[in-house]
Ligand binder design. Structure first.
Ligand code: UD1
Ligand code: UDP
Length: 378
C-alpha cells in the first residue's frame, strides 16, 4: 500500500516521526510511505533539525512554499500537492493537525477522490477566528478515516454529524471515526528515555527551579497589546519570584516583538530573568519540559507535553482544544491577562495532589493507526 504523508510545520514533522517509526518497525513490508514536506517551515531550527534527531526519512519532495499570506501559501501548496499526487497515485494520503499544509492537502486529496486520513481529528476550539479551527473543520469533513486523540474529539465529531455506527467500506461519504490516543504521547514516551545523556540546552542547573514558556499563536503575536502584556507579565513573574523563565522563541514572535516593543521594553527583557533562546530541537525541548517546574504556553503540543511530563501549565489562550487537562485541574486558561497569569501561577506552582489520568492513550497510537489504515484501505 502506498501512502503519501504530508507535513510542513514543526509540530507535524514531530507527529510524522511517530508514524514513520511505526511503519519502519512494524509495517515496512506492507506500507510504502512517500513523505511530502510543503516547506511551510524552513529555518534549520524549525524543520531540518528534527529529521536526523527523530530518525524521520528525508522527504521525497519539498515544495518549498515558505511564508506568505494564508491564500498565497495555501494556493502554492494546492498546486504542488496536486502534481505529486498525480505522479505518485497513492492509495491514501495522510495529514496531521490543523495547519495550512493540512488544509491544502485535504482539499487536493478529496478533489482527486483519494481517501484522506486525518490524524488529530475532532479537535475544536469553537473559535473560528482561529485559522487552525477552519483548517480542522474542513479537513475532517473531507476525510475517510478520522483518528481522534481524545474522547472529547470523538464527541465533537458526533456533534457535527459523524456517526460511530458506520460500517466498512469507509469513504468520504461514509467515514470511520476512531478514538486512538495521541501520537505526540507516543513520541514523548519514546524519546524521553533518550535525553538524559544530553547536555542541558541552557546555562542553568537542570535541577534548579525554572519556568519554561513558549508563545507563537497568531492571536497573541499579531496583537501588540496582548504581546506586550504577555512579555511584561513574564518579566514581572520571573523578577518577583526570582525564577528564571526559559523561552525558546518562535520566529513569528521574534518578528512581531521587534515590530511592537519599544527600546525600554527590550532593555527590560534583556536585563531580566526571562531567558530568550532560539527554537530548540525536540530532544532539547523534552529535556526542558522534564526539568521545568511549570510551563506557560499558547502551543497545543507544549500544553499536552506539560501534562505528559506531569507539569502544571498556564495556557495563554481563552480556550483550548485539550479541555481535559483544564477540567482535571492540570492547567489554567489565562488568555493574555496579567491577573489570570499571576493567579494561575499562585494556584499551580508547586501544586500538590495533581493527577494525570491516561487521557492520551498508551503510547501506541501510531501502530494502531497504521494497522487500521491497512485494514480499511489497504
Ligand atoms: C503555523 C500553523 C500553526 C502552528 C504553527 C507551529 C497555520 C495557519 N499555522 O503557524 O497552527 O501552531 O505553525 O509552529 O498553518 N517563519 C520563519 N521561519 C520558519 C517559519 C516561519 O521565520 O521556518 C516566520 C515567518 O515570518 C512567517 C511566520 O513565522 O511569516 C509565520 O509562519 P507560518 O508558517 O505562516 O505560521 P505559524 O505562525 O508558524
Ligand atoms: N518544540 C520544539 N522546540 C521548540 C518549541 C517547540 O521542538 O523550541 C516542539 C514541542 O515540544 C512540541 C511541538 O514543537 O512537540 C509544538 O509545536 P508548536 O508549539 O510550534 O505548534 P502547536 O503544537 O501549537 O501547533
Amino acid at each position: 500500500m502506498k501512502i503519501v504523508s504530508i507535513i510542513g510545520a514543526r509540530p507535524q514533522i514531530i507527529k510524522g516521526a511517530a508514524i514513520s517509526r511505526a511503519i519502519r518497525n512494524h509495517f515496512s513490508d506492507q506500507i510504502q510511505e512517500v513523505i511530502v514536506h510543503t516547506g511551510q517551515h524552513y529555518d534549520e531550527n524549525m524543520s531540518a533539525v528534527f529529521f536526523g534527531e527523530l530518525n524521520i526519512p528525508e522527504p521525497n519532495y519539498n515544495l518549498g512554499v515558505g511564508s506568505a499570506s494564508h491564500a498565497v501559501q495555501t494556493a502554492r501548496m494546492l498546486e504542488g500537492v496536486e502534481d505529486i499526487l498525480l505522479k505518485e497515485e497513492p492509495n491514501a494520503v495522510l495529514v496531521y493537525g490543523d495547519t495550512n499544509s493540512t488544509l491544502a492537502a485535504g482539499i487536493v486529496t478529496s478533489k482527486m477522490n483519494i481517501p484522506l486520513i486525518h490524524i488529530e481529528a475532532g479537535l475544536r476550539s469553537y473559535n473560528k477566528s482561529m485559522p487552525e479551527e477552519v483548517n480542522r473543520i474542513v479537513c475532517d469533513h473531507v476525510s475517510s478515516l478520522l483518528f481522534s486523540p481524545t474522547v472529547q474529539g470523538i464527541n465533537n465529531l458526533k456533534k457535527e454529524g459523524f456517526r460511530s455506527e458506520n460500517e466498512a467500506p469507509y469513504h468520504i461519504d461514509n467515514p470511520r471515526i476512531y478514538h486512538c490516543g495521541d501520537v505526540m504521547y507516543d513520541n514523548s514516551l519514546y524519546f524521553a528515555d533518550l535525553v538524559s545523556e544530553r547536555p542541558f540546552p541552557v546555562d542553568i542547573e537542570p535541577s534548579s527551579d525554572f519556568i519554561l514558556a513558549t508563545v507563537h499563536r497568531n492571536a497573541n503575536t499579531d496583537d501588540s497589546e496582548r504581546l506586550i502584556n504577555i512579555f511584561e507579565t513574564l518579566v514581572e513573574l520571573s523578577e518577583f519570584n526570582e525564577l528564571p523563565i526559559v523561552l525558546p522563541l518562535h520566529p513569528r514572535t521574534a518578528k512581531m516583538m521587534d515590530q511592537f516593543f519599544d527600546e525600554e521594553l527590550k532593555q527590560k527583557i534583556s536585563a531580566s530573568k526571562l531567558l530568550i533562546i532560539n527554537p530548540v530541537s525536540f530532544l532539547d525541548m523534552i529535556q526542558l519540559e522534564k526539568s521545568a517546574s511549570l510551563i506557560i504556553t499558547d502551543s497545543g503540543g507544549v500544553q499536552k507535553e506539560a501534562f505528559f511530563f506531569q507539569k502544571p501549565a498556564l495556557i495563554l489562550r481563552p480556550e483550548t482544544e485539550w479541555v481535559e487537562i483544564v477540567e482535571n485541574g492540570n492547567a489554567v486558561l489565562c488568555d493574555a491577562s496579567r491577573e489570570k497569569i499571576l493567579k494561575g501561577f499562585e494556584k499551580l506552582y508547586k501544586a500538590e495532589n495533581l493527577t494525570f489520568p491516561p487521557f492520551y492513550g498508551d503510547g501506541k497510537a501510531a501502530e494502531f493507526i497504521c494497522s487500521e489504515i491497512l485494514k480499511q484501505l489497504g
